[in-house]
Write a protein that binds this ligand. Structure first.
Ligand code: KG4
Ligand code: ZN
Length: 323
């Protein structure tokens, strides 16, 4: 985060360099903390895609080397399937389930059938929801990533202060669009003379990588807090409205909401307040953003089936989860 924050987002070349630097010590530490030796493992699972090709390549090359040297089977995992398993492995999910995967790169709705068979029902046509959080935060001088800061500040504003229109989708009405609200926030900022307060926040970030909420509140007037609260409220409404409609359409017996944006406390509260006729499951906080445990969980059913990859496995930056 410290590497990317300076640039207001993930820089692909820096990300792969950091992966290269971190992968050996991270695996060593994981083995040490779980009192496990490489010889004790039964398989090696690795993310095949989707994602940034440089980072995927580091993981795949290292996983292949470990599998080859230790004569272990190799299992290729889809990153999105990982997010779904971050929830499914910890909760009594019943099928069919509706999965909303909402992160910095995805805003996708899937039907999940018994045996983890997926059907794509809708997706974003432009920005992912997490990307909208990140872009709005960057525009207002809050740095990167934007989701956690907006989440923490939104309760200090009035979510009904500014009315943003909800996206109307032609064609597949289960698709999302977040470019409209992003532009609406930009217009609002342009017409409200915020340069001075934005400069103050950037100055704060320059001397302090991780300001506390009180420090942010000191440089964020009420009108901007209202803007953040209204923005977040609208995004949550877009997400839950389409998730609920999809769930109804497939006769869902449970709902899974996963990915980085699933950390959002406003989203969690709104889902609880909706009283859907099926349980809604969120990942445990530590499993919401990208992590390795969810990749291992998604690999487990493949391990049971003997669905193994070989050394010809290649990174696929656009790997999809369903046709
Ligand atoms: O799943 P993830 O860790 O990485 C991707 O695969 O993209 O998700 C990262 C995204 C970022 O856009 C970040 O701003 C967003 O998740 N995020 C949040 C929150 N925490 C992280 N968005 C809203 N509220 C949060 N509390
Ligand atoms: Zn992710």
């Amino acid at each position: 985060m410290a590497t990317h924050a300076k640039y207001g987002g993930v820089v692909p070349e820096l990300a792969s360099r950091e992966h290269l630097r971190a992968i050996v010590p991270a695996v060593r530490l994981a083995l040490e903390q779980s009192s496990t030796r490489l010889e004790d493992l039964t398989a090696i699972a690795v993310t095949q895609g989707p994602g940034l090709v440089g980072s995927l390549l580091v993981g795949i090359t290292y996983a292949k080397a470990l599998a080859l040297v230790h004569k272990l089977p190799l299992i290729a995992v889809n990153h999105i399937e990982g997010h779904i398993h971050a929830v499914a492995s910890q909760n009594p999910v019943e099928f069919p389930a509706l999965a909303l995967v909402v992160s910095g790169g995805h805003t996708h709705l899937y039907e999940v059938l018994y045996g983890f068979v997926y059907r794509l029902l809708g997706k974003t046509r432009d920005d992912a929801a997490g990307e909208a959080f990140d872009k709005v935060a960057k525009l207002l001088g809050f740095g990167y990533p934007g989701g956690p800061v907006v989440d923490a500040l939104a309760p200090h504003g009035d979510p009904r202060a500014i009315h943003f229109t909800l996206a109307k989708m032609k064609g597949n009405t289960l698709d999302f669009s977040f470019s409209g609200i992003k532009t609406a926030v930009l217009r609002w900022v342009e017409s409200h003379d915020l340069q001075q307060e934005i400069a103050k926040r950037k100055a704060l970030l320059a001397v302090n990588h991780r300001p506390t909420i009180d420090e942010w509140l000191e440089v964020t007037p009420r009108t901007t807090l209202d803007l953040l609260a209204s923005f977040q409220h609208t995004v949550i409404e877009e997400l839950l409205r389409r998730a609920a409609r999809s769930a109804e359409q497939i006769g869902a017996r449970s709902m899974i909401i996963s990915g980085g944006v699933a950390c959002n406390s406003g989203l969690r509260a709104a889902a609880a307040a909706s009283h859907f006729p099926y349980p809604v499951f969120f990942p445990a906080p530590g499993l919401s953003t990208d992590n390795a445990a969810m990749i291992a969980a998604a690999a487990f059913p493949k391990f049971i089936r003997g669905d193994f990859a070989d050394l010809t496995l290649r990174a696929d930056p656009n790997l999809s989860l369903s046709p």
